[in-house]
Design a protein around this ligand. Structure first.
Ligand SMILES: [Mg+2]
Length: 352
């Protein structure tokens, strides 16, 4: 679970304020919009005319993460990514985060140090300031809540509701890898339970396991839009699988969509591991989740600006609302798109 097993300092030894000081001692402030960070009753931010984007996520042990294969440093990093991804999905720049942690007495100070090391690394790489938070005890398990703030000019902010018929539907990166990484990790966990001496050999699965354990939010995509002078008409991040995100864009924008199966970007590892697990790779891309890629629409006149970009793939186009949402298969069948995104309230299939 955590790497440092040598020393175990009980959380109560430091006290709440001592613990916050201890965990945040190496944090630096880099954003000019951060006027006051940690250390006062509240942070003070100044976005000077830009609009502010705010998003929050709560991660609960046993529901959103499994510490038997998730190192705490990775968990801290991923918890930040999950939030920054939502800021980038608004076509905004992420600037600050706050971090709240509840941990049971099974977590010594050293465990929270590892968690915070991941949070700090993410903050450094993505240039966001940690400006507040809280730590408290919990009766069981670990919970992390992160709030991310960002900024953008009003013209740049991109919601889920601006897509028009004939707009192109575009996705960044590739899909399905995080889900298949989870399948591999869960399989190895079962092998380890049966035979604790078994050494997992994950070499062939490096890419997909990293996509599960250490996802990267697409900070580069809003920057690319800026450089290419593209204003997406709508955007969402892919946390629950392509199909449920397409449905969100269509419902919010009051349009339909056609997605072409052959266009969905898949890494070769995903294709081979899907064969190994006997799972359909299109189904994994549609329903897998946790890819943290961006899904957006652009006006057709902007196609030349993104054409040939290795980070972006046009997977379909929007239609009139009455035409509905469809997947056009490789066999040229037209199948209605349904939401099978993972739902933490109900593990049964969600057919809304
Ligand atoms: Mg989102």
């Amino acid at each position: 679970m955590f790497d440092n097993k040598e020393s175990k300092t009980d959380l109560s030894e430091l006290g709440e304020f001592g613990l916050i000081d201890h965990l945040t001692r190496y944090l630096t402030i880099n954003q000019p919009s951060t006027k006051i960070g940690i250390g006062d009753d509240a942070a003070v931010l100044n976005f000077e005319g830009d609009q502010t984007v705010v998003t929050t996520d709560l991660l609960v042990e046993g529901v959103h993460f499994d510490l038997s294969f998730m190192p705490l440093k990775h968990l801290g990093y991923k918890a930040v990514m999950v939030n920054l991804s939502d800021v980038y999905a608004m076509n905004a720049e992420a600037t600050q985060i706050t971090v709240s942690i509840a941990a049971s007495n099974r977590f010594p100070v050293e465990a929270l140090e590892e968690l915070y090391a991941g949070i700090q690394l993410a903050a450094e790489i993505y240039k966001v300031d940690v400006v507040g938070g809280d730590t408290t005890s919990s009766t069981s398990g670990l919970m992390i809540s992160i709030t991310a703030l960002g900024k953008a000019t009003p013209e740049k902010i991109t919601t889920r509701s601006g897509a028009k018929p004939n707009d192109l539907l575009v996705v960044s990166g590739d899909l399905g890898a995080a889900y298949m990484g989870l399948q591999v990790l869960e399989r190895e966990k079962q092998v380890f339970k049966a035979n604790p001496n078994a050494q997992p050999d994950l070499d062939a699965y490096t890419y997909i396991v990293e996509r599960q354990l250490k996802p990267e939010a697409r900070k580069d995509i809003p920057e690319l839009f800026n450089a290419l002078e593209v204003q997406p008409t709508s955007m969402i991040d892919i946390s629950d699988g392509l199909s449920s995100e397409v449905i969100h864009l269509c419902k919010n924008s009051k349009v339909g969509a056609n997605i072409f199966e052959e266009k969905i970007p898949l890494d070769p590892t995903v294709i081979s591991v899907c064969e190994e697990f006997n799972i359909d790779s299109t189904m994994v891309a549609l329903s897998g989740g946790e890819d943290y890629e961006l899904l957006f629409t652009i006006d057709q006149k902007d196609y030349d600006k993104i054409k040939g970009n290795p980070h972006l793939t046009v997977i379909g186009h929007m239609t009139e609302e009455k035409e509905g949402m469809h997947l056009i298969t490789r066999a040229n069948q037209k199948l209605p798109i349904q939401s099978r995104g993972w739902n933490s309230f109900d593990d049964a299939k969600d057919e809304e």
